[in-house]
Design a protein around this ligand. Sequence first.
Ligand code: UN1
Length: 497
Amino acid sequence: MSEPRVFNNLIGGEWVACKRGKTFANRNPAQTDDIIGVFQDSTAEDVADAVAAAQAAYALWRRVPAPRRGAILFRAAQLLVERKELYARDMTREMGKILHETRGDVQEAIDMAFFMAGEGRRLYGQTTPSELPNKFQMSVRMPLGVCGLITPWNFPMAIPSWKLLPALIVGNTVVIKPASDAPLSAFNLVQALIDAGVPPGVVNIVTGSGSQVGEPLLRHPEVKIISFTGSTATGHQIARIGAEHQKHVSLEMGGKNPIIVMEDADLDLAVDGVLWGAFGTTGQRCTAASRLIAHRDVVEPLAERLVARTNQLKVGNGLEAGIDVGPCINQGQLDTVSEYVKIGQEEGARLLCGGQPLRGDAHAGGFFYAPTIFIDVRRDMRIAQEEIFGPVLSIIPVDSFEEAIEVANDVPYGLSSAIYTRDVNRAFVAMQELYTGIVYINAPTIGAEIHLPFGGTKGTGNGHRESGPQALDLFSEWKSVYIDYSGGLQRAQIDNT
Ligand code: UN1
């Protein structure tokens, strides 16, 4: 086997090894002897260099007219279109989800790049009349400075694009720490930006662990915001440390997303949606459907069809044709899934299918788990309350629409939810009552588009939204500007009465 490729950090436009000279391997979760590359196992010293480079570049970048910044993003989008297949293959190889899905992930970054390129000619503020004569006023956006971005492995290009591109269009510079399980896709995104003409130092990448890279980034006095997507435990730690250092912090953490299926639903449509929602990305989405809240009248036919279809799903290497579900990301995640399946059984839920890791020749060397369905799940069981982040679906029977909504909302998270019904009144009531950041009617819990805000209520986040024009708010400060052209002193709230 040839030596794996070495990926260096990107600091001030140069690809450099980390100071202590240590690296870690990025392995294919479908075949762990396949090493995609070795990446820098960096420390606070490298973070300090990257922040200094970003700080230096900020002085220039923030003064580049936003439409020109937009033109660079537009070019990056075009390059991503050209490289879509290549980058999708890299992504499947590094994190396992099947090619259809990784093409979608790259497409999401393309959409975001075109969208934010257009924002270069908008970045709208407000002009509004003054309460005083001969006075003009408006609000304009200012960049924050150096932004620290900490991104996950499950959408390893799409999610970095949600953070990176709005940050750049406003005029910020960034240091990004991609997930160690799938750093290559962030490198590919950044490569497209560099080839499109982003100047040196505007985007910097430092790879390594959360404690050695993420935390120093968070604590660095020149880093104005940390935008994080990942686990709830890490998110809470970031919020605490961020508060001590008075950082802007945006957190996007877990989900326990329900699909409600009412007795009047189109069951075939619902089955397609539940399968995609629960087992797409091997259930490793913040938006995955991990709870099926089904009206008792349709629980049995629904479960029967779901099990039949689940048993047909082909689990394997996502680069191969005909595979429906890829591996879990790593041994730790596989263990977590096994552990939750054990917990579900101990809690008294009934296993309908799956329930074990897949071994044997076809699955040797990868972290494969059989798509799993539990029935007779009670709303208060741990498998109905806690995020598993794997291919495990819990079916919770209910007796009414009202109970379905109550159960749907009865979890610590609030990212996404869905309902299948043919009753338009119920659909609207559900839209109103489901307390989640995203609601789907007659579609599963996954499928967010980039021009709408993405994020959740309760334990899912801390009130911010990514994606959409709302993402700009994360990466800007508002400045209100008052211009008095009366030639005299006019006092607001005093001289206007
Ligand atoms: C995630 O679940 O981690 O809505 C992100 C979707 C994707 C993004 C999901 N567009 O499913």
